[in-house]
Design a protein around this ligand. Structure first.
Ligand code: ADP
Ligand code: MG
Length: 400
């Protein structure tokens, strides 16, 4: 399917082109027609599947086609980062479209507050807001929601986790009853159902199941103690030559220290983390793409959206807490039908987590024997370890 089939306005298609979007993702394919059809919607799909465009595009199209001189759409999101990110996407898509947006979030200094209030006075078609800050602005009485047509709750699960339920209900009390409400979430716990029952009208429901790892990925694991992990990496690189390698670690600090440790065993690696400026990240990604950098070390931010072909090895230096992150991480190799290897290091504490991954992907991953020079590793007994099971609700927040 292509975007042509939605019959979007030409100006919007130009924006899509400029953003490099050629083909809708599965959630977009299903959500866009329902939204264009004025239906309320519950849409559940994992992170990174393109949920933003799934609602932004049809809403922009509806705004373009209407006479719009009023606040048309309110998008509620859990965090300031997400508000800014969505605002940027809206700006990108609507570059050729006469539609304006403002993002409203807490934090920052008084200047930002004044700027947001001023922007609101001037009006906008789309407001992207965190609930707390919006509530404070509602109190100033400057906002007019009379003609609002769309309410979007993005990352609804996270908003509820962060305790925004009452704020959301309060905000909705200011909105017209006759509106289209769209709820997007990565997970569908019971409290989302409760919220949906309260604020949606005969919603259509779309769920995109989590993708399984591609067939071309050879998955392997080693049971290791932490102090065996670096020497093991050394052995792996000695045994085989790799062109492009990504090593994932759980935290930014771990990533930085790994770069240093790897240097000591003669592996030249660069690290990719949130302390780098946007420009530095882009340069690094280009060097990696052009094979000037062989090994890239990163946290899960690297697992979302990096699109480099020919990565032949992914190493999980530790087991990701969220089983879905495992699928994202190893999906960086064996893209587009090619082959790749994914190796996970499992220390004694991570065994249970790893078992949760095997359950999710419905596959047992072979545990290879350690090279003799490293001595014995821990034995595998995932059910006896005392760690709590990996659980979506323990997912570290603010991952992006
Ligand atoms: P989600 O909200 O589901 O986590 P996002 O909407 O943030 O996902 O999208 C993830 C990434 O994929 C973004 O960088 C976005 O620009 C990109 N993307 C989304 N849809 C498409 C598409 N149809 N074609 C190309 N890239 C896309
Ligand atoms: Mg999203």
């Amino acid at each position: 399917m292509t975007f042509d089939e939605f019959y979007f306005d030409y100006s919007l298609m130009d924006g899509l082109d400029a953003m490099g979007f050629n083909k809708p993702t599965p959630i977009q394919e299903l959500a866009i027609p329902a939204i264009l059809d004025h239906k309320d919607l519950i849409a559940c799909a994992q992170t990174g599947t393109g949920k933003t465009a799934a609602y932004v595009l049809p809403i922009l199209n509806k705004i373009v086609e209407s006479d719009h001189s009023h606040l048309n759409t309110l998008i509620l999101v859990p965090t300031r980062e997400l508000a800014m990110q969505i605002d940027q996407q809206v700006a990108g898509f609507s570059y050729y479209v006469p539609v304006s947006s403002i993002s409203i979030y807490g934090g920052g200094d008084g200047a930002i507050w004044d700027q947001q209030k001023k922007a609101l006075k001037h009006g906008a078609d789309i407001i992207i807001a965190t609930p707390g800050r919006l509530i404070s602005l509602l109190a100033t009485g400057d906002m007019n929601f009379d003609k609002l047509e769309h309410l979007v709750l993005d990352e609804a699960d996270r908003m509820l986790d962060m305790g925004f339920y009452d704020d959301i209900i309060k905000i909705i009390s200011y909105l017209p009853h006759d509106r289209q409400t769209l709820l997007f979430s990565a997970t569908m716990p019971p409290k989302i159902r409760t919220l949906a029952n309260k604020i949606l009208y005969k919603p259509e429901e779309i769920t995109i199941a989590i993708s399984k790892p591609a067939e071309g990925i050879l998955q392997q694991a080693y049971l290791t103690y932490d102090n065996q992990k670096i020497p093991l990496l050394g052995e792996i690189f000695k045994a085989q030559t790799f062109v492009s390698v990504i090593i994932f670690a759980g935290t930014k600090d771990k990533v930085k220290s790994l770069q240093f440790e790897l240097k000591k065993i003669g592996l030249k690696a660069k690290s990719f983390h949130s302390d780098l400026e946007q420009k530095e990240r882009e340069d690094l990604m280009n060097e990696f793409r052009n094979r000037k950098v062989q090994v890239l070390i990163g946290t899960d931010i690297l697992s979302r959206g990096i699109d480099v072909d020919g990565i032949d090895l992914v190493v999980n230096f530790d087991v990701p807490p969220d089983p879905e992150d495992y699928v994202h991480r190893i999906g960086r190799t064996a893209r587009a039908e090619s082959k790749g290897t994914a190796i996970t290091f499992i220390n004694e504490k991570d065994q249970r987590r790893f078992h949760a991954i095997e359950t999710l992907i419905e596959k047992e991953i072979p545990k290879l024997p350690l090279p003799a020079s490293l001595g014995a590793g821990p034995t595998y007994s995932p059910n006896s370890s005392k760690r709590p099971p990996a659980n979506k609700f323990f997912k570290p927040r603010f991952k992006k």
